[in-house]
Write a protein that binds this ligand. Sequence first.
Ligand SMILES: *Cc1c(COP(=O)(O)O)cnc(C)c1O
Length: 369
Amino acid sequence: MIPLNDLTRSTAALRDGLRAASNRVLDSGWFVLGPENEALESELVAYVGAGHVVTVGNGTDALAIAMLTLGLGVGSRVLTAANAGGYASSAARSIGAVPCYAEVDAETLLLSAATLEESVGRTGRVEAVVVTHLFGATADMAAIITWARRRGIPVIEDCAQALGARRDGRAAGAWGDIAVTSFYPTKNLGALGDGGAVLTSDADLARRARQLRQYGWESKYAVGLPGGRNSRMDELQAAFLRLKLPHLDAWNEGRRRIHAAYRAANPALAFVNTESEAFVAHLAVLQVPERDTFRAELRAADVATDVHYPIPDHRQSTYPDADLDLPVTQRAAETVVSIPLFPELTDTEVDRICGALAALDQGARRATA
Ligand SMILES: *Cc1c(COP(=O)(O)O)cnc(C)c1O
């Protein structure tokens, strides 16, 4: 079976470097939030072009901390998409805030200025919007920022699936008032454990994020901000990420090449994204009306599939909102399917996947139903 992802391959290719990084940290005797984290923060500042980077424990904490830095708290309403895995909803709820949802664009499955505008009559006043660059595709940030400025709503960008993407000459993560990312192992830039970061060009927001990740301390043992927590990244993870960051562009290019091969293999299939520098091919997602049949046919060809994501946030059993109807979001949850996509797929495997796609009923699986 060709797996959806296989982390042993990238780890094996970098084995010597990972061991050296690990030895460096072991010998330093400094294990949490130290020189490796500081160096990684500077390297990410240079890579993304955001003014400040603050490493944290994971991507969900990064979202919660970003919300807190903007002054959100109990009862604050946060506008986001309901098709993006629920991370922003989870982060909002963790600080007592209330997520509310905008519809996504039918073609890109991303938030757009138009879908956000359409939601405001329904949601009432919101204190922030979280825009997720889903599946590795950068949303139209220029238009979204213009919309948000006009309405006076701060924008949080979630780049966990899109680090390295650029749109209109600017990196994902350098658009919003504040941005977040995750270094969960399967992300395009993944650690060997948990990690995350907050990115911003606002020095004051960066200072607040820095305090909030460590108990709200403004100096040791002196709490300067409410809402602080412990969300520090390990030195080991920072050292591993520093080894990997210089490879990210080449890995993203490899992902894009494989995605292009899939699309060429069967042009009738409705892939959600097409090739551009705004897309770093985190996942290869297509929409198929008969998903179970599609998955069974690929399984028969020894190709793994998965669904990102099967349950919209407003239909989760813990926080149901039966009154909210988001037809595009709900339809996407029923039709999206992901096929294997990671840079270490071999040419033979890519050919086999392409063969399986080409052998599907021509056109029958197109999402026109
Ligand atoms: C993975 C992910 C997160 C959460 O990151 P964790 O490190 O797992 O907490 C947030 N947003 C998006 C878009 C993600 O893909």
